[in-house]
Design a protein around this ligand. Structure first.
Ligand code: GRF
Length: 197
């Protein structure tokens, strides 16, 4: 790994607790990355406050201002242009990116998903996991490819399901694991990529 810190853009749509975990990780001396940009498609996303408090640049690209997904993704590409980004971390970003965007940033986008992928892609994972009577679930950080919630797995964390678990209790237990998993995935990504300075 080169000495240069990875320059990260974190994409969010809401609460931003994974963003906060990444901001905290970046304070560690041995962490291989820094956050150069937090981008949200919602101007009232709670996580934007974490960025502002940490003095990180923010960009709002509101999908409602664009006619199509393709146009929205052009807006995202433009917003990224003035930042020297090495890695995009999707952290609760609730928009599907088009293949054009993903291919442009090929092998440089990672996502966190609240299930043990490849099981339970998509939304409402905790409800579906409970309905299926699973004994365990968890979270996955993976490389982003055009097919949703697919791509090489970087980190997975497991959570045991107890009899009295609800979608809410599972979400809380998994979120705690997510906050460790995401920084670990950034470290793994940094080790495997040669970043030229
Ligand atoms: C997390 O559960 C993540 O797995 C999913 O969206 C949620 C985002 O939470 N993709 P937060 O905004 O990081 O708190």
């Amino acid at each position: 790994m080169s000495d240069k810190l990875l320059n990260i853009a974190v994409f969010i749509s809401g609460r931003g607790s994974n963003l906060k975990a990444l901001i905290d990780a970046c304070k560690r001396d041995d962490f291989p990355a820094k956050i150069a940009l937090v981008l949200s498609n919602k101007k009232d996303a709670g996580g934007l406050e974490y960025a502002t408090d940490a003095g990180i640049a923010t960009e709002i690209v509101d999908h409602k201002n664009f006619k199509s997904r393709e146009d929205f993704d052009q807006g995202l590409l433009q917003a990224l242009e003035s930042y020297d980004i090495d890695l995009i971390c999707l952290a609760g970003f609730m928009r599907l990116l088009t293949p054009v965007f993903i291919n442009k940033w090929r092998n440089k986008i990672i996502n966190i998903h609240p299930s043990l992928l490849p099981a339970y892609k998509g939304l409402n994972t905790h409800e579906r996991v409970l309905d299926a009577g699973e004994k365990e679930t968890g979270c996955t950080v993976h490389m982003v490819v055009p097919e949703m919630d697919s791509g090489e797995i970087l980190v997975q964390k497991r959570v045991l399901i107890e009899n009295n678990d609800t979608p809410e209790s599972l979400a809380a237990k998994i979120l705690e694991q997510e906050h460790t998993a995401y920084p670990e995935a950034v470290i793994i990504f940094a080790k495997n990529k040669h970043i030229t300075s």
